[in-house]
Design a protein around this ligand. Structure first.
Ligand SMILES: *Cc1c(COP(=O)(O)O)cnc(C)c1O
Length: 406
């Protein structure tokens, strides 16, 4: 059967508007479309393909597990899930793990756990959940309401209640909003979708102190920032502040769908048998691939490589910007970088992304004003250099069309 981008409009729900080309094959940080055209991948899905496409060791883990057992319900446990949980708890603050299939599901579990924990220990009135404007936590109705972009949660009828939003990096405002009624704070320790916003370390420390003062749980949503992306296994490790609950997905499976919620013993005890669950959560294929991805990423050479590659990106991006004057700054950490548009190019990040695509480079935006790069953590330096050469051509074409318009 011959399918093309046009088929999309015939058979798919119109909630997405995908690019004109259809990718069919990937290897490392390169992707080819139906016409055999090559792209360098600085998008990695959306910060997912953490070891590039078809990494041989991930393919091997998938095939080996595929020949053993694919699926068991949670009526049974399985070896890959237990091994992955052991490795995640050994590597982090957490004592316990709950597996889900996506970031939103991991966050849904985290929010339900926080509410149940508060009810168990402090009673029904401790229900206030505070999160941050521009934050993103997924698209289920609970998580999208906790997210800080009302445009994503409006228009679906009554929302889950007792959810409030604070300005990111504004400790004073948060202190004013919190009380003994506060159940939990949910935050990204580096805002991804909201525009690659790095938190002030003093703000993060202050949030932890306020949570302790009010017996509120601190939930770090590391769905985008986790699994080596910032050069630390999890971003919290670079901030020196541990949460009570952490969620992880995207990079965790290297492209195989999986999410997880990590928590301390004390907090996780509130998810007693029957309180929450998932048909697929802890699927052996997903856990086998994630275990291998974690083994590879959680090595000092790989994590140090992330910071070295960040420097390479920043050096070349600075040269591009010196020449064309399009960004106000390059921000972010490790392999999660954002080029913020300057005054002149406000609202035009998408134009740069489309021009990049036309020049053989896949990248992302984060809102209207930021071009986002979330490549593989092991992207070869020559692919960074070639990808940014293509990006420079894209920048040149947007700048030229701007001048034509004037
Ligand atoms: C992508 C993302 C989510 C949602 O993950 P899904 O797998 O799409 O459900 C949640 N939180 C953050 C910070 C994300 O970047």
């Amino acid at each position: 059967m011959q399918v093309t981008r046009d088929t999309f409009n015939d058979v798919m729900v119109p909630n997405y508007n995908p690019a004109a080309m259809v990718p069919v094959r990937g290897e490392g940080s390169k992707v080819w479309d139906q016409e055999g055209r090559e792209y360098i991948d600085f998008a990695g899905g959306i910060a997912v393909n953490v070891l590039g496409h078809c990494h041989p060791e991930l393919v091997k883990a998938l095939n080996e597990q595929g020949n053993k057992i694919w699926h068991l319900s949670n009526v049974f446990t399985n070896e890959p899930a237990l091994r992955l949980a052991k490795k995640l708890t050994d590597a982090t603050f957490a004592d316990k793990v709950y597996f889900a299939n996506s970031g939103a599901e991991a966050n849904e579990a985290a929010l339900k756990l926080a509410r149940r924990y508060a009810i168990d220990h402090f009673g029904n009135d401790k229900d206030q959940i505070i999160s941050f404007k521009q934050g993103f936590h997924g698209r289920t109705f609970f998580t999208v309401t906790v997210g800080g972009q009302p445009a994503y949660s409006d228009g679906f009828g009554p929302k889950p209640g007792a959810i409030e939003h604070c300005d990111y990096n504004n400790l004073e405002m948060l202190a004013d909003m919190m009380s003994d009624r506060t159940c939990a704070i949910m935050m990204e320790p580096l805002q991804g979708e909201g525009g690659i916003i790095v938190p002030d370390p003093a703000f993060v420390k202050g949030v932890r102190e306020l949570c302790d003062k009010h017996n509120a749980l601190l939930i770090f949503d590391e769905v985008q920032s986790g699994v080596g992306r910032t050069g630390h296994l999890y971003a919290y490790m670079g901030l020196g502040v541990a949460p009570d609950i952490l969620t992880t997905a995207k990079s965790l499976g290297g492209g195989f769908p999986i999410g997880a919620m990590l928590a301390t013993d004390k907090v996780s005890a509130s998810l007693k048998p029957g309180t929450h669950g998932s048909t697929y959560g802890g699927n052996p294929l997903a856990c086998a691939v994630a275990e291998k991805a974690l083994d590879i990423i959680n090595q000092p050479e790989v994590l140090e490589g992330v910071l070295r590659k960040e420097t390479l990106y920043r050096d070349i991006l600075k040269k591009i910007n010196d020449k064309y004057q399009v960004f106000s700054e390059v921000r972010g950490k490790g392999m999660l970088l954002g080029c913020a548009m300057n005054e002149k190019y406000q609202g035009r990040a998408r134009d740069f992304m489309i021009a990049a695509n036309d020049n053989g480079l896949m990248c992302l935006v984060a809102g209207m004003n930021v071009v986002r790069f979330a490549p593989s953590l092991v992207i070869p330096d020559e692919d960074i250099i070639e990808g940014l050469a293509r990006f420079e051509k894209a920048v040149a074409s947007v700048v030229a069309s701007e001048q034509d318009n004037n």
